[in-house]
Design a protein around this ligand. Structure first.
Ligand code: G
Ligand code: G
Ligand code: MN
Ligand code: NA
Length: 254
């Protein structure tokens, strides 16, 4: 209860901060986008990671105002980088289950795009397989409405849930993100390597982009590139960093 009150205060008093992790084109080395990742700068406890407060935020419903704050900040940063003359990159934002199922999600997102001036094409929302599979009909309806606006959809942690291939084909997705649990075992586990190859082939056959998560070593990078994975993120390239450390990585608009 104490934590709930202080988290509510955190949202109001702007103790939350966004860090950004670059998503790299594995063939050109260019930054294709960034994933926004929230942190809580607690006045006494220091930096608290989302793993420690997102579950609470979900339970209490505070995830909804928090998620709205995250979206607005993320879009503002993307517009700032664009206005500074950098080539456009895609801003990727994690959406929680509760946010996804909320009636007003689309109105909220469209409102934030209008308010900040970000193009729908420059925004990607990350959802998980479990959020979809919980109620496929409803989730498909929501995804279709999001996709119709031109906003992109990515499936986060792909491979850990169990969306059937038949469903996957019907979802209006842009991107599959290979979960880092598979990437971690490149070089030591042939089954995980086979799963990665299968996900890449699946993504390509459905005309989806594929982003590998959690790339930490040159060996993992090499394997992914050799197998045609065109994008990746991970500590090898950059940890999630504050906004002012992203702009030096961006290219000028051609
Ligand atoms: O950045 P880090 O590895 O600590 O993130 C831990 C978890 O918190 C990840 O699963 C990530 O998807 C989630 N997360 C980070 N930022 C956000 C956010 O803004 N909204 C939601 N819903 N989840 C987030
Ligand atoms: O669930 P989601 O994929 O949104 O989680 C993103 C989380 O993964 C972030 O908390 C981020 O800090 C973490 N992360 C990003 N790159 C790496 C990496 O190379 N290794 C590890 N261990 N974690 C990573
Ligand atoms: Mn994510
Ligand atoms: Na993930």
């Amino acid at each position: 209860l104490l934590l709930e009150a202080s988290f509510r205060q955190a949202i109001e008093e702007e103790q939350l901060v966004l860090h950004f992790q670059p998503q790299i084109d594995l063939f050109t080395g260019h930054v294709r986008g960034v994933e926004a990742l929230v942190r809580w700068e607690h006045p006494e406890k220091g930096m608290i990671s989302p793993g420690d407060f997102i579950p609470l935020a979900e339970e209490t419903g505070l995830i909804v105002p928090m998620g709205e704050w995250v979206l607005r900040q993320a879009c503002r940063h993307a517009v700032r980088w664009r206005d500074l003359g950098f080539a456009p990159i895609r801003m990727t934002v994690n959406i929680s289950a509760r946010q996804f199922l909320k009636e007003r999600l689309i109105e909220t997102v469209l409102g934030i795009l209008a308010e900040t001036g970000l193009e729908p094409d420059d925004l990607e929302l990350e959802i998980t397989e479990s959020m979809i599979m919980h109620d496929i009909e409803r989730a498909t309806g929501i995804m279709n409405r999001i996709a119709e606006t031109g906003i992109h959809l990515a499936i986060d942690d792909f491979g850990t849930g169990y969306s059937s291939l038949a469903h996957l084909k019907r979802f209006p997705l842009t991107t599959l993100k290979i979960d880092r649990a598979f990437v971690k075992d490149i070089g030591s586990n042939l089954e995980d390597e086979a799963i990665i190859k299968a996900i890449i082939a699946l993504a390509h056959s459905l005309d989806l982009q594929v982003v590998a998560e959690g790339i930490e070593t040159m060996e993992q990078y090499g394997f992914l590139k050799e197998n045609g994975c065109e994008q990746g993120q991970g500590f090898l390239f950059s940890r999630p960093v504050p906004a002012d450390r992203i702009s030096p990585l961006l290219r000028p608009r051609p």
